[in-house]
Design a binder for this molecule. Sequence first.
Ligand SMILES: [Zn+2]
Length: 326
Amino acid sequence: MRKVFLCISLLISTVQYAAAPAPWGFWGHQRINKMALYTLPEDLFGFYKPYIDYVTTHAVDPDKRRYAVADEAARHYIDLDHYGKAPFTEVPRKWNDAVIKFTEDSLQAYGIVPWHIERMMYRLTDAFREKDVNYILKNTADLGHYIGDAHVPLHCTENYNGQLTNQVGIHGFWESRIPELLGENFDYFVGKAEYIPDVNAKVWEIVLASNALVDSVLKLELQVNKEIPADRKYSYETRGASTVRVYSQEYTLRYNELLNGMVERRLQESIIQLGSFWLTAWINAGKPDLTGVVMRPWTEEELKEMDEIDKAYNGGEMKGRTHEEH
Ligand SMILES: [Zn+2]
């Protein structure tokens, strides 16, 4: 039998497993990357315009990479409350200071999303400076993924799937089920990207804001759980050849109502912040003029890497934490 995919966050928890989304769901990540392009000023948007599809499609590469690369998982989350209480001043905001205090192994064990975003910013800035279109696009798409993840409350807590509060499945419920069911009707007009003077400070502002929402995310689901009888909590949907168990529409709508627009607001924040990070990388690179600069053929090595990631993803065996977990 084919190895099951452990992804669609416990939206699917029984019946049969199917290959499917992860953090923000594939739908959410792709929507974030795509809409963020429209926040950019005209000159930078002009460069990206022929590549909208690339940036959108590849929004989910980092999740696929989790099947191929053991170190990948930790880049998608940070268990902030492992370190104490908000505002977590015991965690050094700079990577080198944090490594000295906690060791790299320990940081990896509890997630490194804020620092990885900074690393991606360096890479994207370099790519702009070198005017390497392929590298710009790859890092643009990847950065979008991590910024999106950092905006998800359950990516910034130890209780990432409600496993400590008997709410297993809530991770995918919040970030996949709600956007996939209701996201088409959300408002995506988020304004224009702005320069970020202090990337490190901004990244921390984002993960702290996400963590601050965790309490509501959990409490409100408990409330729905009390209101709606157990036999109306789940329903079954057909996905391709599989039947999957999902949170019912009634249950999902009620949760979204109690969240009072939180999922929509975090999606909007992801979009405007992502546009601002991209713009900042370009400005920090000296606003290179990219007119007429086009993609080169991918190198052998790059093609090999892409191939390996796809193969591993299609093989379905994930390294590190599974998607249910982050
Ligand atoms: Zn992710």
